[in-house]
Write a protein that binds this ligand. Structure first.
Ligand SMILES: Nc1ncnc2c1ncn2[C@@H]1O[C@H](COP(=O)(O)OP(=O)(O)OP(=O)(O)O)[C@@H](O)[C@H]1O
Ligand SMILES: [Mg+2]
Length: 496
């Protein structure tokens, strides 16, 4: 390990959580930066203290007295020309102690490092272990900022629970998703492969299949205009989600009718359509006419969406396979309601199939998540209940969500608080920042404040996937020709 400094005494440090060190002269060939990780080898403790640089202060005794500096400068000579002032400049860094790495694992520091202890630059091996990276089998998303270390996140820690990717438009959320997809698709069987479903709201991912990369064969794109729900697999409660104005009495009647149809048809292997349900309702002698009319009114409205059929397309059980990606392209749909219905149906089916272990562990990626699981009661929210259910219970059944949003503040708090790992990229809006500060455990003030200063492709990973929040420069993707066109290109090519 490279030695870079020595712990010094200040009025309040070293204490168990903080210490200062002076950078020793012979380390001029490297530049200490904020957020770098350092190590103090404490002779009296049983392990290595890992700390992070939080501040860097330059100081020079010759310039510490304003009156002396002024007196010399007004005499027409510079201070530096009289005294060897340059060689008296030195650098002090403030470091936050993160923990002590012992043979038994990482512990919180109970006791300060000692003045005079040597400070080293953290080596990759130790740091990887300390941060909880999985260099053997992890998903490689980028490099640790300021260090030449690959950030490889352990699949279980990263995706058994849910993930949120939050940032302003253009910060690199979708780019990060495509890097993640490359990692998931390139995994070897013996590393454990999961299935991935992606709702492509803007049609920006379907290009992944045409990039010429070898992962092409593992990707299937389905346009939402071909989607068909298997009507018989939709419960009364789900119908009520699609038509939230259905009254409790109407819902109860629908429940009875669907129960009867299940016994008479589904059990015998016969499916049905919405028209069949409407007919069954019409012929029901017990139900009063007003309820019949209301229910059939709702159902007729649903039928018009043309989403309800006898057979499911795509067949979710067949399309959800380990190491495969199914892209559901929602970009042709303008109706948010229909997009929400598709997301709701698909998620409900996947959850049900996962509960019965009929499909492999699966991750579902949802762009514009705030549109599908909005916080506000005023927003249309057909898909919110199932997203919240999976957010709460999904990990037990190995179905996880990857939610992407530019407006975290509009995203359901229930859902977001279940996203145990967050990839946070540049965010400017103070409401969003404050909201993230509240909902995200383990993100401190300093880290929160740095979110506004992140550049494109720079991210903070915080939560379950790592032991400490880390700064990551997201790696370049392998699948290159996925570039989004800019205004100039589109304007040049526009021809009527
Ligand atoms: N890690 C990265 N390396 C190189 N370029 C990047 C990286 N991340 C993003 N970019 C570039 O920045 C641009 C915006 O990225 P991206 O489309 O992922 O943003 P976004 O956060 O998804 O925005 P929106 O909210 O509008 O969908 C893209 O043109 C992309 O090429
Ligand atoms: Mg995007």
């Amino acid at each position: 390990m490279k030695m870079i400094g020595t712990v010094i005494v200040t009025q309040t440090t070293p204490n168990p959580s903080e210490f200062h060190f002076v950078i020793t002269k012979d380390s001029k060939d490297f530049q200490l930066k904020r957020d770098m990780y350092i190590v103090v080898d404490t002779p009296e403790e049983e392990g290595k203290v890992i700390a992070q640089v939080k501040d860097i202060i330059k100081t020079n005794r010759y310039f510490s007295s304003p009156s002396a500096v002024k007196a010399y400068e007004t005499s027409g000579k510079t201070l530096a020309s009289i005294f060897p002032a340059d060689s008296w400049e030195y650098i002090i860094a403030k470091a936050k102690a993160l923990g002590i790495h012992t043979k038994q694992g990482v512990k919180r520091l109970q006791y300060p490092v000692s003045p005079g202890d040597n400070v080293f630059l953290a080596d990759s091996n130790l740091l990887s272990k300390f941060l909880g990276l999985d260099q053997d089998n992890g998903l490689y998303i980028g490099k640790l900022e300021h260090h030449d270390i690959k950030v490889k996140l352990n699949l279980t820690r990263f995706l058994q629970k849910h993930l949120a990717i939050l940032a302003i438009s253009g910060a690199g959320k979708s780019y990060t998703v495509s890097v993640l997809l490359e990692e998931l698709l390139n995994r070897k069987k013996e590393q454990g492969r999961i299935a991935t479903i992606l709702f492509d709201v803007h049609g920006e991912y379907k290009g992944l299949k045409e990039t010429g990369a070898k992962i092409n064969e593992q990707i299937e794109v389905i346009s939402a205009s071909y989607i068909q729900f298997a009507t018989h697999s939709i419960s009364a409660a789900q119908f009520a989600n699609f038509q939230p104005d259905i009254s409790p009495v109407q819902l109860r009647e629908l429940y009875v009718v669907l129960g009867r149809m299940y016994n008479e048809k589904v059990k015998k292997g016969v499916s049905y359509t919405i028209s069949d349900i409407m007919e069954e309702i019409e012929n029901d002698e017990r139900m009063n006419q007003r309820t019949k009319d209301a229910l059939n009114g709702w159902l007729f409205e649903l039928e018009k969406t043309k989403l309800f059929g006898v057979k499911e397309f795509p067949n979710l059980k067949e399309k959800t396979k380990p190491g495969k990606l199914l892209i559901i392209d929602l970009s042709d749909f303008t109706s948010l309601r229909q997009k929400q219905m598709i997301v709701s149906y698909t998620l409900s089916r996947l959850f049900e199939l996962r509960k019965k272990s009929e499909i492999p562990p699966v991750s579902v990626i949802l762009e514009e998540a705030h549109q599908f699981a909005p916080e506000s009661k005023l927003s249309l929210a057909i898909s919110r209940p199932i997203i919240n259910t999976i957010a709460r219970e999904g990990r037990k059944f190995f179905i996880s969500l990857i939610l992407i949003s530019q407006r975290p503040v509009n995203l359901s708090t229930t859902t977001l608080s279940q996203c145990n790992t967050q990839i946070i990229m540049k965010i400017m809006n103070p409401y969003d920042l404050e909201f993230i500060g509240r909902t995200s455990e383990g993100i401190d003030r300093d880290t929160l404040n740095s979110i506004t200063t992140l550049g494109v492709g720079e991210a903070i990973v915080v939560g379950n996937a790592v032991n400490h929040p880390i700064y990551v420069k997201i790696r370049e993707r392998i699948t290159k020709n996925l570039e989004t066109k800019n205004l100039e290109q589109v304007a040049k090519n526009f021809d009527l």
